[in-house]
Write a protein that binds this ligand. Structure first.
Ligand code: SF4
Length: 228
């Protein structure tokens, strides 16, 4: 007989976050873009990570930043040169959007990557996730960032019966907002930890509930007998 969740929403959130952060401090990967707060470098990493796995992005990210070390370098580059630096990473539209976004930032934003998610979203190729990720990972603002991995974790942990669609998506963003602490550095860590859990433990293929650090605060995990 599955166990029913007896946690109220606030207790669940607090327990979930506490266990998640403790796990991330021990098991989070040392990825190169996690060592920087440079907004341009963070933006490049986030665009590359859209639809591409971490292991493939690492080398490309370093080489791309060597080719185009600043927004100005990227804005001044030809589409062909940017395309060549992206060659092999796939989804080449991302590269062209990034080059165009760099041009807009140089022309209209003083050569800086904007901080506000709403402004970031007005740039080519930058959606809600990337805008939240740049605000959090570069500027340490308390903004949520929901990519596919995070959406899956939030859905399983907090809303296992949530329907797909716009209303369901809004619910996930509301939940993420309540999870992300107001202090910027803690918000950075929480967003990174959510992504890491979705990439390593609560994956699309397998829910590793038996080793999951947040199982005691997860509505799906608590109701599963056992799993790999
Ligand atoms: S307990 Fe299971 S379903 Fe819940 S977050 Fe962990 S792996 Fe995912």
């Amino acid at each position: 007989m599955p166990r029913k969740s007896i946690l109220d929403a606030r207790t669940q959130r607090l327990r979930f976050r506490r266990n998640l952060l403790a796990w991330f401090r021990r098991h989070g990967r040392d990825l190169p873009w996690r060592r920087t707060r440079d907004p341009y470098a963070v933006l490049v990493s986030e665009v590359m990570l859209q639809q591409t796995q971490v292991v493939r992005v690492t080398g490309y990210w370093t080489r791309f930043l060597e080719c185009f070390p600043t927004l100005e370098h990227l804005a001044a580059a030809s589409p062909q040169r940017v395309r060549e630096a992206w060659d092999g990473l796939g989804y080449y539209r991302r590269a062209e959007n990034l080059r165009r976004a760099a041009g807009e930032m140089v022309t209209h934003h003083g050569g800086e990557v904007p901080r506000e998610p709403a402004v970031l979203r007005s740039l080519p190729g930058i959606g809600a996730y990337t805008a939240g990720a740049v605000a959090s990972f570069a500027y340490e603002l308390p903004e949520p960032a929901i990519d596919t991995n995070v959406a899956r974790v939030l859905r399983r942990a907090f809303h296992p019966r949530l329907r797909r669609g716009a209303a369901g998506e809004r619910k996930l963003w509301d939940t993420a907002k309540t999870l992300v602490p107001r202090a910027g550095n803690a918000a950075w860590t929480t967003n990174q930890a959510l992504m890491e859990l979705g990439a390593l433990v609560c994956t699309a293929r397998v829910m590793h509930c038996t080793i999951c650090p947040v199982r005691g605060a997860c509505r799906t995990g608590m109701n599963r007998r056992s799993t790999g």
